[in-house]
Design a protein around this ligand. Structure first.
Ligand code: AMP
Ligand code: GLY
Length: 430
C-alpha cells in the first residue's frame, strides 16, 4: 500500500515510524514531514495539507491507498471528507466529527447530551454575560476560547480578576476568531490522564493511558507548552478509574455513530481529570496526542497499518489491540526560549549515539535536513527522546541518559518527566 501522512511534528514522525514497520507499507509520503521523517519516507514540502482538493490531487497522482491525518487543522478543514468522497481510505474523522475538538461548546453539548461526566459550564458570545456567569460561579474557574487556539486558549483563573482579564482578552481577539465565543467552566482538581481510543463504526478500542507535562519547567511551573514529555502507562490510575474512562470513551464512540451523519473513523483523544467524584472529561481531541503518540505507539504490538485500515473501513471487530509490558518515557528537547520566541538553524548532533542505547528511539519534531545532509533545528519542540524499560524508573533513566548524548545550542528540557508517577495519590489531595 502507498500511504500519505499529513503533518510535521513528533507525532507524525512516530506515526510514520510505526507505519514504516508494517509489511503492508510500500511507498510512504509525509507532507510536509521533518528531518526525521525524511530518513524513512518521502517528505512532500509543496502540498497544502489543509486543502482537500490538493490532497486528493496528490492521492490520485501517487496512487495513495491510505491517508493518515495527524493534526487537527486539516480535520477541521474537511480534508478527510474530501479524501473519503474520492473513494480512498482515510484515517481521521470528517469535519463534523472534528468539531469535538474544533468547538468547545459543540464538545460540551455533546458530552452533556450523552451523559459524559465533565465540568459544569456556560457558553457565551459576549463578555458581559460571560462575566456575570463567572461572578455567579466564583473563582477558581477556567476560561476557554471556543475554537482552535494552538493549545493556548485555556486560562485557569485563580481569581475573578484573572478570569475577567481572560474573558476580555478572548473577546478582544487575542486568540483570533477562536475567542469570539467563550466557555467558562468549573475548575476541577486531580491528576490528569489521557486515554486515546481508535474509534470506528461506533466502537472505541482504547489504547494505553499516558500523561503529558504541559508546563515548560520542572515541577509543573512556567508557561503552557505543546507538551514537554510523557509516559505510559500511568500507574496512579486505579482499575476502577480505568474502567470508568473506558466506559466513557465507549459512550462517546457510540454517540458519534448515532449523531454524526458520517461515521467517526480515527482517534478520539479523551483528556481526563481524575476528580474525587471520578474521572471527568476536560476535552476531546479528534486526533492522536503529541507527545502521547511518541510513548504509546512504541508499546503497541499490532501492525499499525492493519489497525488504521480497519478503522478507516469501519471494521472495528477485526482489531484486537495488544500492548507490550514495557514502560515508556519520552522527554522533549526544546529550543531555548520555547514556548516563546526561539532561534532556528542550530546543528543537532548525537542522535545516533542516543539511539544506540537499548530501547531508545528519537522522534523528530522541529528538525530539518539541510541539502548537505546536516540536521538543524527548525521548531520550538525539537526532538522527543523515548525509551522503553522493564520498569518506569529504568525507562526514565534510559531516556535521560539518551538526552545527555544529544546536543544543540540552547537545548532545554525538563528534568522531572514522570515525577507524578512516583509521588502517589496523596500529593494530589484526592
Ligand atoms: P484543555 O485544552 O481543555 O485540555 O485544557 C488545557 C489544560 O487546562 C488541561 O490539561 C488542564 O490542565 C487545564 N484545564 C482545562 N479544563 C480544566 C478544568 N475544568 N479544571 C481544571 N483545569 C482545567
Ligand atoms: N498532548 C496534548 C495534545 O496533543 O493535545
Amino acid at each position: 500500500m502507498n500511504i500519505l501522512v499529513l503533518g510535521s511534528g513528533g507525532r507524525e514522525h512516530a506515526l510514520a515510524w510505526a507505519i514504516a514497520q508494517s509489511s503492508s507499507a510500500d511507498e510512504l509520503f509525509v507532507a510536509p514531514g521533518n528531518g526525521g521523517t525524511a530518513q524513512i519516507a518521502h517528505n512532500v514540502s509543496d502540498l497544502d495539507a489543509e486543502s482537500g482538493d490538493a490532497v486528493v490531487a496528490f492521492v490520485r497522482q501517487h496512487a495513495i491507498d491510505l491517508v493518515v491525518i495527524g493534526p487537527e487543522a486539516p480535520l477541521v478543514a474537511g480534508v478527510a471528507d474530501a479524501v473519503r468522497a474520492a473513494g480512498v481510505a482515510v484515517f481521521g474523522p470528517d469535519a463534523e466529527g472534528a468539531r469535538l475538538e474544533g468547538s468547545k461548546t459543540f464538545s460540551k453539548e455533546f458530552m452533556v447530551r450523552n451523559g459524559i461526566p465533565t465540568a459544569g459550564y456556560g457558553s457565551f458570545d459576549n463578555a458581559e454575560d460571560a462575566l456575570a456567569y463567572a461572578c455567579e460561579v466564583g473563582a477558581p474557574l477556567v476560561v476557554k476560547a471556543d475554537g482552535l487556539a494552538a493549545g493556548k486558549g485555556v486560562i485557569v483563573a485563580d481569581s475573578l480578576e484573572v478570569a475577567e482579564e481572560a474573558i476580555r482578552d478572548c473577546f478582544a481577539g487575542v486568540f483570533g476568531t477562536a475567542g469570539s465565543r467563550v466557555v467558562v467552566e468549573e475548575c476541577l482538581t486531580g491528576p490528569e490522564c489521557s486515554l486515546l481510543a481508535f474509534v470506528s463504526a461506533g466502537e472505541a478500542l482504547c489504547m494505553s493511558t499516558a500523561q503529558d507535562h504541559k508546563r515548560a519547567f520542572d515541577g509543573d511551573t512556567g508557561p503552557n507548552t505543546g507538551g514537554m514529555g510523557c509516559y505510559s502507562p500511568v500507574p496512579i490510575v486505579t482499575d476502577d478509574e480505568l474502567a470508568e474512562m473506558q466506559r466513557i470513551m465507549q459512550l462517546a464512540a457510540a454517540a458519534t455513530a448515532r449523531e454524526f451523519s458520517n461515521d467517526y473513523r480515527g482517534v478520539l483523544y479523551g483528556g481526563f481529570m481524575l476528580t474525587p467524584e471520578g474521572p471527568k472529561v476536560l476535552e476531546f481531541n479528534a486526533r492522536f496526542g503529541d507527545p502521547e503518540t511518541q510513548v504509546v505507539l512504541p508499546r503497541l504490538e499490532n501492525d499499525l497499518v492493519e489497525v488504521m485500515l480497519a478503522v478507516a473501513e469501519g471494521r472495528p471487530g477485526d482489531i484486537g489491540l495488544s500492548w507490550s509490558d514495557s514502560w515508556a518515557c519520552g522527554v522533549v528537547l526544546a529550543s531555548a526560549g520555547y514556548p516563546g520566541s526561539y532561534q532556528k538553524g542550530k546543528a543537532v548532533s548525537g542522535i545516533g549515539h542516543a539511539e544506540a542505547l537499548e530501547g531508545v528511539t528519537v522522534f523528530h519534531a522541529g528538525t530539518t535536513m539541510n541539502p548537505d545532509g546536516g540536521l538543524v533545528t527548525s521548531g520550538g519542540r525539537v526532538l522527543c527522546v523515548t525509551a522503553l524499560g522493564d520498569t518506569f524508573e529504568s525507562a526514565r533513566a534510559q531516556a535521560y541518559r539518551a538526552c545527555g548524548l544529544i546536543d544543540f545550542e540552547g537545548k532545554q528540557f525538563r528534568t522531572d518527566i514522570g515525577y507524578r508517577a512516583s509521588i502517589g495519590r496523596s500529593a494530589w489531595g484526592n
